[in-house]
Design a protein around this ligand. Structure first.
Ligand code: TXA
Ligand code: MG
Length: 317
């Protein structure tokens, strides 16, 4: 934080530098044809956690994973006939497909917020394509603006919001579409999850039938749906200073001695965020019905971690 954000030109040296920074787990904003994205290596949990930290996002919602082409996307997600038809018709382009996550994908669970689906997109912007080819890996990227602010369509907008909070911005000119991608869920009947830069009429024409519209409250980024998706089988008790003999302690910080799983022994919130979804799953397997979680400070990423834990601890329907 507070360090200098490099402004990179979208040519050979700048692209190499951007790819290097991503490899190092740093954040690089880059232009796509829709809006500027705030990119991190989707395989590195701590890098993905830094996206939420830099944006000041109060909760972990799933991020879109950007890849160079359909072949690469097939490594991360399972595509049914509809998903393949849409990818074929509109990739590269302003379309995100939410498909079942392959268990062997190797993506950080934070990318999909612990869900068993993943949002994938092949952007068509020249600079985005060039960066994906240099980096040769999956780039997780939400829009490159502080949480709650307007999405950036120019490098200058990115710097207005995030200067000093990210490693670099690839300055590639104005985004052509200026509107986020249209998001279609392809895990049952294809459904519209978010309207965006690709008109739904074109999508329905390619599918040869109408889209289902996800009723309000059923999109996975709405709190209600996430709550049910996220709940471990075990009960969850928060802010546990003392642990009962029949409880499994999911620890945080140096004071949580004896915790079989500690989100971050040193009390680092970036590390804790990166471990959160994986450790919750593991705790659920190891616990005999009851999980207790150490107190997590309500600062920085701690707010998003506590939001997630609060929903895991909420009464079950
Ligand atoms: O055009 C765009 O889509 C831009 C550029 C950078 O690609 N990105 C973007 O990301 O708008 P973001 O984080 O602002 O929006 C991502 C949204 C999430 O809020 C969620 O609604 C949806 O994508 N999403 C991603 N993965 C999902 C999943 N597994 N299940 C449901 N929704 C998902
Ligand atoms: Mg956004």
């Amino acid at each position: 934080m507070g360090s200098v954000t490099e402004r990179l030109d979208p040519f050979s040296d700048g692209l190499d530098r951007a790819a290097d920074l991503l490899q190092q787990g740093r954040l690089v904003a880059f232009p796509t044809e829709t809006v500027y994205g705030l990119g991190a290596d989707a395989r590195q949990g701590a890098a993905v956690a830094r996206i939420f930290e830099a944006k000041g996002r109060p909760r972990f919602n799933p991020l879109i994973v950007h890849v160079a082409d359909l072949d690469t996307a097939l490594r991360y997600g399972r595509f049914d006939t509809d998903a393949l038809a849409l990818a074929d018709a509109f990739w590269p382009g302003p379309l995100t497909l939410v498909v079942p996550l392959r268990p062997d994908a190797g993506l950080s669970p934070l990318v999909s917020a612990g869900l068993e689906t993943v949002g994938l997109r092949v952007p068509r912007g020249d600079v985005a394509q060039a960066l994906l080819h240099r980096f040769d890996g999956p780039i997780a990227a939400p829009s490159a603006n502080p949480s709650g602010k307007i999405s950036p369509t120019q490098a200058e907008h990115v710097l207005e919001g995030l200067d000093g909070r990210i490693a670099a911005v690839l300055a590639g000119g104005a985004a052509e579409v200026g509107l986020e991608s249209t998001i279609i869920g392809c895990f049952d009947h294809p459904r519209l999850l978010r309207p965006g830069g690709l008109p739904t009429e074109a999508i329905e024409a390619a599918l040869g039938r109408p889209l289902a519209h996800a009723p309000v409250g059923e999109t996975p980024n709405a709190p209600g749906q996430l709550a049910s998706h996220y709940a471990p089988d075990a009960s969850v008790r928060l802010n546990a200073e003392v642990v009962a003999p029949d409880e499994f302690l999911l620890g945080f910080g140096p004071d949580a001695t004896g915790a079989a799983l500690n989100l971050s022994v040193s009390g680092d919130l970036v590390e804790a965020a990166a471990n959160l979804f994986d450790y919750l799953r593991r705790a659920d397997l190891l616990a005999r019905g009851r999980i207790a979680v150490s107190p997590i400070p309500e600062t920085g990423l701690g707010r998003a971690i506590n939001d997630r834990l609060t929903r895991a601890a909420a009464p079950r329907p």
